[in-house]
Design a protein around this ligand. Structure first.
Ligand code: SAH
Length: 236
């Protein structure tokens, strides 16, 4: 009985905290309807180790093991919003066609947000086996349709290229060229670029099918802190 009460209290508290988080994201400028709905829908505590579940709705990055972190909800919302064609709910046509590649599965939370938005072609790559195994368990348990791969994501996933959107959730010393070349024409990549501790977020758009730098445009956004992208096109 007491167990039941405490479970109830805990979920009520988490729900209140989730509403506070959504207000905070709104105050910080997140306006995309589908992104906000997905953040309201996905239980972030399901992507955290037991000891940290109670902190699921704090707007902070948290450790997930193997020296890695789950991103801050604001960062997830901001990056996802930058990849969306409009601020409205995506059309059925876009949801079924849009192909999205995530580099750095980590906890699986970012991929779950994309899944909750309704996207059906989500690919995610992680280099640490234990993290990928945990994330896969969560995708299966929660019924989230995500294709996973254990490999160096700085090299992308050429079998499923080109991608309409690429989201790199680890910091790179430069824009990984192999990844840029896996963008479809009109496709966009968000990638944090900088030192191993601080990065600026860039959005790269592919303008035409050429292979030179003039096939891409770049926009710069604010500074974030990501764990390093470790790989051939990242930090070695
Ligand atoms: N998107 C994650 C955030 C994970 S942190 C989430 O929602 O929880 C970044 C992740 O990138 C870490 O798990 C790290 O192991 C992974 N990573 C770093 N370099 C990588 C690479 N070259 N290929 C694939 N994953 C990489």
């Amino acid at each position: 009985m007491l167990d039941h009460v405490s479970t109830f209290t805990r979920s009520t508290v988490l729900e209140a905290q989730r509403n506070t988080l959504l207000e905070e994201l709104w105050a910080k400028g997140i306006r995309n309807e589908a992104v906000l709905r997905a953040i309201a829908q996905v239980r972030r505590e399901d992507f955290l180790p037991d000891a940290l579940k109670a902190r699921g709705y704090e707007n902070v990055a948290l450790p997930i093991g193997a020296g890695q972190t789950i991103s801050q909800p604001y960062t997830v919302a901001f990056m996802t919003e930058l990849l969306m064609p409009t601020n409205k709910e995506p059309s059925e046509e876009i949801l079924s066609r849009y192909t999205i590649l995530e580099i750095g599965t980590g906890s699986g939370y970012q991929a779950a947000i994309l899944g909750a938005m309704g996207f059906r072609r989500i690919y995610t790559v992680e280099r640490i086996p234990e993290l990928l195994a945990e994330a896969q368990k969560r995708f299966t348990a929660l019924g989230i349709p995500v294709m996973t791969r254990l490999s160096d994501g700085s090299l992308g996933w050429s079998e499923y290229a080109p991608f309409d959107a690429i989201i790199v959730t680890a910091g790179s010393p430069d824009v990984p060229e192999t990844l840029a070349l896996q963008l479809a024409v009109g496709g966009k990549m968000v990638v944090p670029v900088g030192s191993q501790t601080h990065q600026r977020l860039y959005r790269i758009t592919r303008l035409h099918a050429g292979l030179d730098a003039d096939a891409f445009s770049a926009e710069e956004f604010q500074t974030f802190r990501f764990v390093p992208l470790v790989g051939e096109q990242g930090w070695r």
